[in-house]
Design a protein around this ligand. Structure first.
Ligand SMILES: *Cc1c(COP(=O)(O)O)cnc(C)c1O
Length: 393
């Protein structure tokens, strides 16, 4: 007999049913409007139903949905060329998700050493608190017991060092290490930015020891922190980088970017995907870049983000019993709570404001990147109301 709930019970879902989205707003089947400061989880980078993205997707849908990677796909070539133009990278491989972009990144690093006479260099060093996805390799990379438990042996070759601990990292990188894999700002881990100076030192450790630097910018990338990619704040470049979430703005896709040298082992037949780089995804990705690369877009984001974070700091001063700290960069902000972060998320939701919980007792604010100053103020007003009610109990 079928059980009552046909879905896997892997999510504790909030009983809200959203039917439509308009910009930063989500509208339920009952017509209630919620201010969306989660944007999926940093996914809907241009809000909901952005007209330029809707045009791009529907225009492509009328022409051609799918092509195998057996054939040339012009949308892929165009998007890859544009990404190469604005980043450190020379090469791109398109995937369907963030975890797959990480899988490609890990395979790229190992294969580089394999074909260059160092097949024993397979190790990947990551940081505690990291999140790199839910595939068997990426849960091993994240190293968190809660995601590994019960899923068989942890994939070999992944070692974690404490967050930001340079001595431990230096000791962990050996002549068996293919790469150091880190998020410039840990997302799921609780909006924990790596200090730019630490990131520069990690780059140097990799260079000194001949290992590759792999960045996971699945959450922090595509303008989220106010630069196109978060590592730009530190003035360094990686050898390989995984990107997803914001690049598709809600259409599921990711991309692994690499230098020509790092990607030298990824020759014909070594890797592949059925759907990765699908024409629909590429149409959306190119449209997302049209908007985000527009002159002044990131400057405006920075201004709105500054106003939002200043407002949060004022809230922290007013509610020291609820807010311990405000951190993050651009529109990737975290409120470190003094009470349970789940209670704070609920209090905000009671004010029709959506936020996302994270590790380290943090509430994440990841609004659409085209948030206006008025919308930021509206969000702050709702947070203030929620915190006031929590204080009164
Ligand atoms: C979301 C996320 C992933 C995994 O992406 P999926 O699309 O869920 O596979 C990997 N790394 C980081 C930093 C993420 O935030």
């Amino acid at each position: 007999m079928a059980s009552a709930a046909p879905l896997y019970e892997t999510y504790n879902r909030v009983p809200l049913r959203f039917e439509r989205g308009e910009g930063v707003w989500l509208i339920t089947d009952k017509g209630e409007r919620y201010l969306d400061f989660g944007a999926g989880i940093a996914v809907s980078s241009l809000g909901h139903s952005h007209p330029h993205l809707v045009d791009a997707l529907t225009g492509q849908a009328e022409k051609l949905w799918h092509l195998s990677n057996l054939y040339e796909i012009p949308g892929q070539e165009r998007l890859a060329a544009r990404l190469v133009e604005v980043t450190f990278a020379d090469k791109a491989f398109f995937t369907n998700s963030g975890a797959e972009a990480l899988e490609c990144a890990i395979k790229t690093a190992r294969r580089h050493f394999y074909i260059n006479g160092e097949p024993e260099r397979i190790g990947i060093v990551t940081m505690e608190g990291a999140f790199h996805g839910r595939t068997l390799a990426t849960i091993a990379a994240g190293g968190q017991a809660k995601y590994l438990e019960g899923f068989g042996p942890k994939a070999p070759g992944f070692d974690q060092v404490p967050f930001g601990d340079l001595d431990a990292l230096e000791a962990a990188v050996t002549d068996k290490t293919a790469g150091v894999l880190i998020e410039p700002v840990q997302g799921e881990g609780g909006i924990r930015p790596i200090d730019p100076e630490v990131l520069r030192k990690i780059r140097k450790i990799c260079d000194d020891k001949g290992a590759l630097l792999i960045l996971d910018e699945v959450q922090s990338g595509v303008g989220r922190t106010g630069r196109l990619f978060a590592h730009e704040w530190a003035g360094i470049t990686p050898d390989i980088m995984a990107v997803a979430k914001g690049i598709g703005a809600g259409f599921p896709f990711g991309v692994c970017l690499a230098t020509a040298s790092a990607a030298d082992g990824m020759t014909a037949g070594t890797h592949g995907t059925t759907y990765g780089g699908n024409p629909l995804a590429m149409a959306v990705g190119n449209a997302v870049l049209d908007v985000i690369l527009e002159d002044g877009f990131l400057d405006h984001l920075g201004d709105v983000a500054n106003a939002l974070s200043q407002g949060l700091v004022s809230l922290k001063d007013r509610f020291p019993d609820l807010i311990e700290d405000v951190r993050g960069k651009g529109l990737m902000l975290g409120i470190k709570c003094a009470k349970s972060n789940m209670e704070v998320v609920q209090a905000f939701r009671a004010e029709n404001l959506l936020t996302v919980p994270a590790g380290d007792n943090v509430v994440r604010l990841l609004p659409p990147l085209n948030l206006t100053a008025d919308e930021a103020r509206e969000g702050l007003k709702r947070m203030e109301a929620g915190l006031e009610k929590l204080t009164r109990g």
